[in-house]
Design a protein around this ligand. Structure first.
Ligand code: ADP
Length: 156
């Protein structure tokens, strides 16, 4: 039986408690989960790649079946390169579904049969997004209810 390796791709700008809950709930399904930051050179991020990687490493340091990485270009090609056979994504609402459906169908073709496994977010996390967290931070508010304790936002 080949190992079940899942890539959880995202921007993680920054990682939220919603992301952490998803990874923890998915862990019994896979032998290994690679939380991987997809680097899009066209996109502006609030936090540097180094900072986002450091936070992911801190958050998942206690679990040796979770690894942290980053990649450029296509997610499906990254999966092929590292031998991952699954993608993990979260669904919070209908707009997540509409977007994710197309991406997963494309990845299935481009990634030669790679399957995306979706977990529906728990109600307690379905309102949390990195976008909302960034807005709170930019507005000078306290984002700590939505981010793991390891994520310390530098003061402005
Ligand atoms: P992207 O830029 O690819 O959307 P994100 O870091 O925003 O990356 O999200 C990565 C994945 O985590 C997506 O599948 C998204 O649906 C999921 N996700 C984000 N927030 C939550 C949450 N609160 N509950 C469950 N899944 C979530």
């Amino acid at each position: 039986m080949p190992q079940k390796i899942a890539v959880f791709p995202g921007s993680f700008d920054p990682i939220t408690t919603g992301h952490v809950d998803l990874v923890e709930r998915a862990l019994p399904l896979f032998d290994k989960i690679i939380v991987a930051i997809g680097v899009n050179t066209q996109k502006q991020y609030l936090f540097s790649l180094e900072q986002r990687i450091q936070w992911l490493e801190d958050v998942f340091a206690h679990e040796d079946r979770i690894a942290v990485d980053y990649f450029e270009n296509l997610t499906a090609h990254y999966c092929t390169r590292i031998g991952a056979n699954f993608l993990l994504r979260g669904l919070r609402n209908a707009s997540d579904f509409d977007y994710e459906k197309t991406i997963s169908q494309l990845n299935h073709i481009v990634g030669n049969g790679i399957e995306t496994i979706f977990l529906i977010s728990q109600p307690a996390y379905s309102h949390i997004s990195s976008t909302i967290v960034r807005e709170i931070i930019k507005g000078g508010g306290d984002a700590s209810p939505f981010i793991p304790g390891q994520v310390i936002i530098p003061a402005k």
